[in-house]
Design a binder for this molecule. Structure first.
Ligand code: HEM
Length: 257
């Protein structure tokens, strides 16, 4: 046991091997990553499971006020938490360097998680925030006695679709974000063939959901979008299906153990 004042042989563990994959910077980065990740996804779930159904029950005046006072503040934390999550994720990838690769089942799963999360990050800044600015700007104009922006309803719909796509993606995303460190080693290394099949299944579903949410496949009110995105319970069910396909078809069946 070390006595008080006995500094011989003291080395600060968190600063040892600072920049290595198993070192302090990686661990602190991961801590910051998970902390900002829960802030981001917690607010995403608040918007989808609480705010959207509540807004549907509110009158225009109350909704306008809530947009200006609640949503506006929540969106600040939401988009900057997303930014911090992305930045710390990129930091970990930079530290991993050549260790960040998809040649093991765990690595492949982490790639899937990172692609989903990066898509979500781009949806936050490129679609949700861009369009909510228009929507909230309109509520501000009305509150100041002016006219509503005629572009606001379409902007709100675009933001809502991207937000639901993010909710869907979050279900498989977190599972595969944790996968390489905690579960992926149970499976075989993907070979050229099984790896290719795995990538095709993942990329087809991912691209279809994202393109559909952006309105590129039959518009924002396509049958798929209405079925999967109008009700948040269906969004969660679709996210669970995507997750189950990846777990049982891609990893259990195609890659195997
Ligand atoms: C925005 C893009 C993102 C990128 C580029 C990214 C990247 C990464 C990387 C490289 C790791 C390290 C994996 C490992 O050491 O096993 C990681 C871990 C983790 N990420 Fe993300 N991530 C992103 C978003 C998210 C989001 C939105 C969440 C949601 C909470 C999240 C939650 C986690 C968690 C909990 C871990 C720890 C895994 C473990 O137990 O080791 N990440 N992420």
């Amino acid at each position: 046991m070390r006595r008080v004042g006995d500094t011989e042989g003291v080395d600060v563990e968190i600063f040892k091997d600072w920049g290595d994959p198993g070192g302090g910077l990686y661990y602190l980065g991961k801590y910051g990553h998970v902390l900002s990740g829960i802030a981001w996804i917690g607010l995403l779930y608040f918007f989808n499971f609480v705010q959207v159904p509540a807004f549907a029950e509110m009158g225009a005046d109350a909704r306008g006020e809530a947009l200006r006072k609640v949503t506006w503040r929540a969106l600040w934390w939401f988009r900057w938490a997303a930014f911090a999550t992305f930045l710390t994720g990129v930091l970990m990838i930079a530290i991993l360097g050549e260790d960040f690769k998809a040649d093991t089942a765990g690595g492949l799963g982490l790639y899937f998680g990172v692609i989903l999360a990066t898509t979500m990050f781009l949806n936050v800044w490129g679609v949700i925030w861009r369009n909510q600015k228009i929507n909230i700007g309109s509520a501000n104009a009305v509150a100041a006695g002016g006219a509503a922006d005629p572009n606001a309803p379409l902007a709100a719909k675009k933001a809502a679709r991207a937000s639901r796509a993010n909710t869907l993606f979050s279900i498989p995303m977190l599972f595969f974000m944790l996968f390489s460190s905690h579960w992926g080693f149970h499976y075989d290394e993907p070979s050229g063939g099984t790896g290719a099949v795995a990538w095709i299944i993942f990329l087809v579903i991912w691209a279809f959901v994202e393109a559909s949410a952006l309105g590129f496949i039959g518009g924002l009110d396509s049958p798929f979008n209405k079925q999967v995105f109008d009700d948040h319970r269906n969004t969660l069910a679709a996210g669970a299906i995507f997750w189950l396909v990846l777990l049982f078809i891609v990893f259990e069946l195609v890659i195997g153990s």
